[in-house]
Design a protein around this ligand. Structure first.
Ligand code: PLP
Length: 434
């Protein structure tokens, strides 16, 4: 697995050759810091390992995990495909110069205007979630006189080993069409018969932070067996299959995670064998990593404002950000490690909690972490925070969104500047006294 480009000099942490102290002076804290080389190496690993002689492969970056013009441009330069789930993500990708043929449109309730925008801009494919979306696509494609590539999202019902909020394939899931429902069959028939639709294949996405490869093998079995049964029933040939993302990462030391090097190689072999066994005509196989591409390269840097003793429980380190820049601990109990980036050589001796500055008792970033003695103005770094942090940012308490900076080869590149106070007011109107 590609390594983080961390280095320690005189007790101070350097990422991509740039000291965090310098980054703080230049961009202030809180600050999202991305290790650009690690991000590139991770994408290359996916491209190199998920490869086959039998069919084309697509690495579709799930942009919802971390999206802005800079990272989208970087992904485009690395020749990934892109998964977008809203007109906002699609617009950003188009503005970033992303090749629209490589953009795939997802979501469980795509709006008419979103679909119209996607079809007019000739996106690579639309992954249909439900019959109502199909009706909208059918109408728009006729009006625009276009043939639209679509996949259908199937729910193969696999109960993964992950938090309930990031499971997506239970029997009661809001995503996709269940393999056992009659409606699914009816929809499939319509998709096959519609002349403005090129029904390429099936898609599934079983959850996120999945740490065992067997869940994906099970998914491949169910999805490809189902695909075969549809082909036989309707005398139809699919050309494409997409197994989604969700590959688990090591967010915290000793977490269970998928070793991408071995997993991707095993998964390709598994898919190849299954395709051979079923004698399918699949020409293209896609996966959609989000977190497993963007998470490990991201780090969150904070300054310490105070260390508060409470009557009970561990002392609390106050940092200058919190649930506004990383909602995950509050939303689904995500766990992280931390260290003092200016005291890397000091021994960790005491346990602390880490809390943000937002007005919620739930604004606890870490419930227990071991650190050296902490002082005001120390730099606290939470590593492996690259996914679903910046992209889930909120302006609760009218907090300004922090900057995003990329570092590589001792250089830093500002990807998103820190919001100004006026940015917070940008859409507000004054009360005129009526
Ligand atoms: C969120 C999502 C992904 C990416 O999930 P990760 O856990 O970030 O890898 C891929 N495909 C679909 C359809 C998704 O909704």
């Amino acid at each position: 697995m590609p390594e983080k480009n961390f280095e320690v000099k005189d007790g101070l942490l350097y990422i991509g050759g740039v000291s965090v102290k310098k980054l703080k002076e230049k961009y202030k804290t809180p600050l999202y810091i991305y290790d650009q080389k690690l991000l590139k190496d991770t994408v290359k690993l996916f491209i190199d390992k998920f490869k086959s002689e039998m069919f084309e492969t697509e690495i579709v970056y799930a942009s919802k995990s971390f999206s802005n013009l800079y990272v989208l441009g970087l992904m485009n330069s690395l020749k990934t495909h892109l998964d977008v789930v809203s007109i906002g993500e699609l617009y950003s990708a188009i503005k970033a110069g992303f090749n629209t043929k490589n953009i795939h449109f997802h979501g469980n309730n795509k709006l008419y205007e979103e679909l119209e925008y996607a079809i007019k801009n000739n996106v690579g494919s639309i992954i249909i979630d439900n019959p109502s979306e199909y009706e909208r696509i059918s109408e728009i494609s006729k009006k625009e006189n276009k043939k639209v590539n679509v996949l259908l999202r199937i729910n193969p019902q696999i109960n993964t080993d992950t938090h309930k909020y990031i499971q997506t394939s239970n029997a009661d899931s809001k995503f996709g069409m269940h393999v056992l429902l009659d409606e699914t069959n009816i929809l499939i028939k319509k998709l096959i018969e519609d002349e403005n639709i090129n029904f390429e294949g099936l898609h599934a996405h079983i959850g996120s932070q999945v740490s065992k490869g067997e869940f994906y093998f099970e998914e491949a079995d169910i999805l490809l067996n189902y695909l075969k049964s549809v082909e036989e029933k309707y005398n139809y040939k699919f050309t494409k299959v997409n197994f989604g993302g969700g590959f688990g990462v090591e967010q915290k030391k000793n977490d269970k995670y998928l070793n991408l090097e071995t997993f991707l190689t095993d998964f390709i072999k598994y898919i190849e064998n299954k395709i051979k066994e079923l004698n399918l005509n699949i020409k293209s196989v896609a996966i959609e990593p989000g977190r497993s591409i963007s998470n490990q390269s991201g780090n969150m840097l904070y300054s310490v404002g105070y260390v508060k003793e409470t009557l009970e429980g561990l002392p609390i380190i106050f940092v200058d950000g919190g649930m506004s820049d990383n909602i995950r601990p509050a939303l689904y109990d995500a766990k992280y490690d931390a260290f003092l980036a200016n005291k890397m050589n000091e021994e960790s001796t005491e346990h602390f909690r880490v809390a943000g500055k937002l007005c919620e008792s739930g604004d606890i970033l870490i419930k227990d972490t071991k650190l050296p003695k902490v002082k005001i103005n120390d730099l606290l770094l939470i590593p492996s925070t690259g996914s679903y942090t910046f992209s889930m940012h909120s302006r609760y308490n009218r907090i300004q969104r922090p900057a995003v900076v990329f570092v590589e080869d001792s250089k830093d590149y500002l990807a998103v500047k820190r919001e100004s106070l006026d940015d917070i007011l940008i859409n507000d109107n004054y009360y005129k006294g009526e």
